[in-house]
Design a protein around this ligand. Structure first.
Ligand code: COA
Length: 169
């Protein structure tokens, strides 16, 4: 079983590789694409991983060449009027490792990390109507859909809706 843990700035190269993979492998699942993602900016991932209340839960295969198999980002919203809220983003499991509980494991660590931030009372996320497995995972963890946004993203002229979900802690 891979180690389920929060990533550190030293894990930035491993995360960069998985981030590139997810943006190419699952384009409907993420708002960003490889051309406009924060991860292409030199040093941006390590800087993010060094911040407080801005974490990435990962499943790390600690073999001779350590590799990241899954991730779930969690960040506390910065504006003072929204400090009771956290956002989960970038949930992904590499295809060969799916269906083995890693998605649930990194989500649980992301949620439990937000629970440790004093005053955080809810978590929100958005999920495409093209990724039903992800929506099922979030529902199984207690997230409820509060709205659906039609035509939220477009790729090459095709459109998809996004479900907005939240979890009260
Ligand atoms: C969604 C995703 C993260 C799930 O990861 P995973 O490791 O395969 O999921 P797990 O094995 O932990 O399964 C957890 C739950 O997810 C749901 N799920 C997983 N695969 C599913 C599938 N093929 N169909 C329906 N539900 C599924 C189930 O509710 C499952 O619980 P169960 O095993 O008790 O039935 C993974 O499929 C993925 O990376 N998909 C592409 C990227 C994506 O859609 N990201 C979401 C961005 S919002």
């Amino acid at each position: 079983m891979p180690a389920i843990r929060l990533l550190t700035p030293e894990d930035a190269p491993m995360y960069a590789a998985l981030r590139r993979e997810m943006l190419v492998e699952s384009p409907w699942a993420f708002l960003r694409s490889i051309d406009d993602d924060f991860a292409v900016v030199e040093g941006a991932i390590a800087a993010k991983l060094a911040e407080n209340e801005n974490d990435i839960a990962g499943a790390v295969d600690d073999g001779p060449a350590p590799r990241l198999l899954a991730s779930a980002g969690v960040v506390r919203l910065d504006p003072c009027k929204t400090r009771h809220r956290a956002l989960i983003w970038g949930v992904y499991v590499t295809p060969a490792a799916r269906g083995k509980g890693l998605g649930r494991a990194v989500m649980n660590l992301a949620i439990n990390t937000a629970r440790t931030w004093p005053g955080v009372e809810c978590i929100w996320l958005s999920v495409s109507d093209r990724t039903p497995a992800a929506r099922a995972l979030y529902e199984s963890l207690g997230f409820a859909t509060w709205g659906t946004e039609p035509d939220a993203i477009r790729i090459a002229g095709e459109s998809a809706a996004e479900h907005h979900m939240h979890l009260r802690l």
